[in-house]
Design a protein around this ligand. Structure first.
Ligand SMILES: Nc1nc2c(ncn2[C@@H]2O[C@H](COP(=O)(O)OP(=O)(O)OP(=O)(O)O)[C@@H](O)[C@H]2O)c(=O)[nH]1
Ligand SMILES: [Mg+2]
Length: 443
């Protein structure tokens, strides 16, 4: 998971709160101290952290919990709200025809993000094309071309033309029929006049609706300086923070950017085209705090899967047969890294509710899932639709057919039952802490 360390520490702090006998000043101070430490380690600015801690303390002691909310939930809600203040709301991205220009320093991730962004819009049903207007870095043309070919994204470039402005003009014309046109530009080591000059000229020709500054999360709090500088020169409408997967300083970059006027639009969380997310502060924080993120998952599911792959509706209604489970396991494979998916799912839904999975645990779960599929392949249609039919003798038959032990078959049935119960609970039939918290916290 992105910013795993920060998430771990924040969750540790909240666990203390949940485990405390009663919520008094001492408990609050202790929890706030833990949160402080976590944020400072993630490189969030000291002043911001101190201001936030003070507010949490004051609000936790002075404000009365809203009706129906216990003191614990009340404090968690305050922490959530104050984190939202620090991170800020994300940028609004409209799904309509538009021109986007990417700017940023060398190696920040512009070219990679250009391709990822094109894919994002394509998945939303818009036709996307990109223009390779980086004539500074050798190989830039081929890098982008290859990425686009892989993703089936339209590409325009002129390998031997040194004039980035001309390429932009030609490219936008050539891609006229495309809904979303993204212009990848060159970077420089530092914000030097040559770079600014080129950005300004491309800007004048492209007249982009959006100018996204691409920023490497590794620079931490310096993000704010860069965002200001780019904003003053060419004006930026949003920020893409990349490489959040590879740094402990993500908190610095995220909070520093949100202090500038440019909102965070997307985050890059890995090298593959899938590792890219629209930035939604509320979801991001829910995930950090380990509250699962069903909404993100559902969206991801809808984007990646066709309807016959998984019946989300039935799932949410608690109609969950073995067949549905089988489909779900297949769907998980399609959706990519199981680990990522599981950190988004609330507990019980096959997810860990933000509980961290060790690599061994993850491997074990992943192997188990494969086993489950093999076992289910030895079941009849009737059994798949109604697992209650499966008694002792059928278990033996399935065990023989699949080459797994009867214990494994029983375990699968138990797993299915747990999931089914959890889903019913999730739907609201039963007491469910996850749902209750989400509702009360207004998430
Ligand atoms: N781990 C990780 N790596 C990333 C991410 N985004 C980009 N990268 C890697 O960062 C390196 C630089 O990315 P580019 O997209 O080439 O950066 P650029 O801004 O276009 O660089 P220039 O064109 O030289 O200015 C590549 O190796 C990418 O694979 C991300 O979100 N996570
Ligand atoms: Mg590049």
């Amino acid at each position: 998971m992105v910013m795993e360390k920060l998430g771990d520490s924040l969750q540790g702090a909240l666990k203390k709160l949940i485990g405390a006998g009663r919520i008094d000043e001492r408990t609050v101070n202790e929890v706030v101290k833990d949160i402080q430490r976590a944020l400072l380690q993630a490189d969030v600015n000291v002043k911001l952290v101190m201001g936030m801690s003070q507010r949490i303390k004051e609000r936790a002691m002075k404000e009365d919990p809203p009706a129906g909310m216990n003191p614990r939930e009340h404090v968690i809600r305050i922490v959530y709200q104050e984190l939202m203040e620090i991170i800020g709301k994300g940028a609004e991205i409209q799904l309509k025809p538009q021109i986007i220009m990417m700017v940023g320093l060398q190696g920040s991730g512009k070219t990679t993000s250009t391709a990822k962004l094109a894919r994002y819009f394509q998945r939303k049903g818009l036709k996307a094309g990109v223009v390779a207007a980086d004539t500074f870095r050798p190989g830039a043309y081929h890098q982008l071309k290859t990425l686009c070919e892989k993703l089936n994204v339209a590409f325009y470039g002129e390998e031997n033309n040194p004039d980035a402005v001309e390429i932009t003009r030609n490219g936008l014309k050539a891609l006229e029929k495309y809904d979303v046109k993204i212009v990848d530009t060159a970077g420089r080591h530092a914000l030097e006049s040559e770079l600014i000059d080129e950005m300004e000229r491309i800007n004048a020709v492209a007249k982009p609706n959006h100018k996204f500054m691409v920023l490497d999360a590794g620079i931490g709090q310096q993000a704010s300086q860069q965002a200001h500088a780019f904003n003053d020169s060419v004006g930026i409408t949003g920020v893409i923070i990349t490489k959040l997967d590879g740094t402990a300083k993500g908190g610095g970059a995220l909070s520093a950017v949100s202090e500038t006027k440019a909102p965070i639009a997307f985050i890059g969380v890995g090298e593959t085209p899938e590792d890219f997310e629209k930035f939604e502060a509320d979801r991001f924080i829910s995930r950090l705090l380990g509250m699962g993120d069903l909404k993100s998952l559902m969206e991801k599911a809808e984007e990646t899967l066709s309807e016959e792959d998984v019946n989300v509706e039935a799932l949410m209604q608690g109609r969950f047969t073995l067949k549905d489970m089988y489909k779900q396991l297949e769907a998980m494979n399609k959706m990519g890294p199981l680990k990522q998916i599981m950190s988004m799912l609330p507990m019980g839904l096959g997810g860990m509710g933000g509980v961290k999975l060790s690599d061994e645990m993850f491997q074990a779960t992943s192997d188990k899932m494969k086993n489950y599929k093999i076992i289910m392949d030895s079941m009849t249609e009737d059994e798949m639709a109604d697992p209650k039919l499966i008694g002792g003798s059928r278990i033996k038959r399935i065990s023989r057919g699949s080459g797994c032990s009867p214990e494994e078959v029983r375990e699968l049935l138990k797993y299915h039952k747990t999931m089914q119960t959890a889903l019913k609970g999730f739907r609201g039939g039963k007491f469910n802490i996850q749902k209750m918290m989400k509702k009360k916290l207004g998430m």
